[in-house]
Design a protein around this ligand. Structure first.
Ligand code: ADP
Length: 395
């Protein structure tokens, strides 16, 4: 069953056609810089990469071009449905769901919680419904997996009315990735499907950790928004909230300006003053750039400390799983985090750690409990599998 997976961002649209029965990706691509003179479409088909200028195309024009492309290679007629990534489902969605007018209305209600992400996600749904009116469409939420968290992990200790009236609580993100890698870890590491305790660390530009107990999220580091938690590429992660009021006064700026600095100019970029990109920082640190080295050190410490917190929410640790661009590729980062967590009994296998990565995941620790592993994430596959299961169920 072939599924078109769509992930629409503010100026981009990522797509893939995936055969959900085999898990094979038939074609995938990315339209980016939409709405600008430099709009372009890149795609990968049968191992070959292609590129086309889109000249000022918006989301609608870009998705029309994608569909023409899919038609040309015979992948529109055989589509069984469309699976959409939706970032914020609030507490309204605890799983993937077929898209109806009511579901669209409920996703709209979540816009105040996900003001940057939900509008382009909704635009993608609207365009796909117009272009492919006969196909079922499914919404897969970043937040849904975390709806199993207990109150002591999802509540913030703020006035309770903020939670009741304004939906202030921890929602968590990257749920599709945490779910995919924890399910894969159970199979690949030989864990008990009914009794396991896994910390998943999704370390990309955005970073979050999740405590997965018996297939359920019990805790996660991102919060009401993706700003909370560990140090990220450009986001600060958790800080003393008083810093916001202090910097507003110090800089004579608005709260929005300070929030922009915390979202866009902090994290690895903020500390290093050089880049948000881990690879660039590793190269710079190797050449003696001290703040690049400091940024990496702060990142490693922040992730290890958060992982230790996740273990409290699990009660024990069977496996620590690394994924995302940094988790899959930065062997030195993994080595340091495992070292910092040595008190849990984790012990790195340095040869395996260097050998495993995005191309091929695998165990990177010595001994069987706890274990550490790299498992490359595949959010598109998870969206395709969810969509196919829902479509098959509805007949
Ligand atoms: P996103 O969260 O935007 O999907 P990715 O998951 O692709 O991003 O992660 C991007 C991060 O992965 C960047 O910090 C990048 O430097 C890092 N990364 C990618 N490849 C490597 C590598 N070979 N070594 C170290 N870091 C890497």
């Amino acid at each position: 069953m072939n599924i078109l997976v769509l992930n629409c961002g503010s100026s981009s649209a990522k797509f893939a056609v995936i055969d959900a029965s085999s898990g094979r990706e038939l074609v995938s691509g990315l339209a980016q810089r939409l709405g600008s003179a430099h709009a372009s479409l890149d795609w990968k088909l049968d191992g070959a990469r292609h590129k086309r200028d889109l000249h000022h195309a918006d989301h609608d024009q870009a998705l029309r071009t994608v569909l023409d492309l899919l038609k040309g290679i015979g992948h529109v007629e055989d589509l069984a449905g469309v699976g959409h990534r939706v970032v914020h489902g609030g507490a309204r969605f605890s799983g993937s769901i077929p898209i109806t007018a009511e579901v669209v209305a409920r996703i709209k209600e979540c816009i105040p919680l996900g003001p940057l992400h939900n509008p382009p996600n909704l635009l993608g749904i609207k365009i796909a419904q117009e272009l492919l009116p006969d196909l079922p469409q499914v919404a897969v939420f970043d937040t849904a997996f975390h709806q199993t968290m207990p109150p002591q992990t999802y509540l913030y200790a703020v006035p309770y009315e903020w939670f009741e009236k304004h939906e202030v609580r921890r929602y968590g993100f990257h749920g599709t990735s945490h779910r995919y890698v924890s399910e894969t870890a159970v199979r690949q590491l030989g864990l008990d499907p009914d009794d396991h305790a896994i910390v998943t660390a999704h370390l990309g530009n955005g970073c979050s950790l999740c405590a997965v107990r018996n297939g359920k999220s019990m805790d996660t580091t991102m919060g009401l928004t993706p700003l909370d938690g560990v140090v990220m590429g450009t986001r600060s992660g958790s800080i003393d909230p008083s810093i916001i009021a202090h910097m507003k006064r110090a800089l004579h700026r608005s709260a929005d300006d300070v929030m922009d600095a915390l979202n866009l100019r902090s994290g690895l970029l903020g500390i290093s003053g050089l880049s948000n990109d881990m690879r660039t920082l590793q190269e710079a640190a190797a050449e003696g750039h001290q703040r690049a080295a400091l940024a990496i050190e702060k990142f490693n410490h922040s992730v290890a400390k958060a992982a230790a917190g996740m273990i409290v929410s699990l009660g024990r640790l069977d496996a620590l799983v690394f994924t995302g661009g940094i988790g899959e590729n930065a062997a030195a980062v993994r080595a340091k985090i495992v070292e910092l967590l040595g008190f849990t009994g984790l012990e790195l296998d340095p040869v395996a750690n260097e050998a495993h990565g995005r191309e091929q995941g695998g165990r990177i620790s010595v001994g069987l409990r706890p274990q550490a592993a790299v498992i490359p994430t595949n959010e598109e596959l998870m969206i395709a599998l969810d969509s196919a299961a829902i479509i098959a169920q509805r007949g």
